[in-house]
Design a protein around this ligand. Structure first.
Ligand SMILES: [Cu+2]
Length: 151
């Protein structure tokens, strides 16, 4: 199985804007949509997210004080992939270039909306700036996506 690296951002430059950034590219046979949203609750009466596996969620009121929810939705032939192994790393490009960081990836779905809404990622703290993120699916298909955080 050949490794597939889809450097979509080089071919089709497009940067999404947070608070609700969304950008999509193909990673091999997988469609990867990266969304950067406001931080989401995993527990309590207003939990928007239900954890199904993977890493532990960074809680909204936890020590990291996350302000965003960076997640990847994976589809294959138009259907959501509910059991992918997903790795996400990211770095800030400007105003100051940062080091690559690994996001501990939670597998989750939207509370009350079923496993068809499965996605992968976590809450995290992001300051304003331009970023790139690499999403790798099942260890062999990866895509590099760009987004901007404005607040
Ligand atoms: Cu989520």
């Amino acid at each position: 199985m050949a490794a597939v690296f889809a450097f979509a951002s080089l071919l089709l430059p497009r940067a999404a804007q947070a608070q609700n950034a969304s950008t999509t590219a193909m990673a091999g046979a997988y469609s990867v949509t990266l969304r950067v949203l406001p931080a989401e609750a995993f527990n309590g009466p207003h939990a928007a997210m239900v954890r199904d596996g993977g890493a532990q969620p960074e809680q909204v009121n936890g020590p990291m004080h996350p302000n965003h929810h960076m997640v990847a939705f994976i589809k294959e032939h138009g259907a959501p992939v509910e059991n992918a192994r997903v790795e996400i790393s990211y770095r800030r490009l400007s105003p100051m270039k940062g080091a690559w960081k690994h996001l501990p990836v939670v597998r989750m779905h939207m509370n009350g909306k079923g496993l068809g809404t499965t996605h992968y990622g976590n809450n995290l703290a992001l300051g304003p700036g331009k970023y790139e993120a690499r999403v790798t699916v099942n260890g062999k298909a990866s895509v590099l996506l760009h987004f901007t955080v404005s607040n």
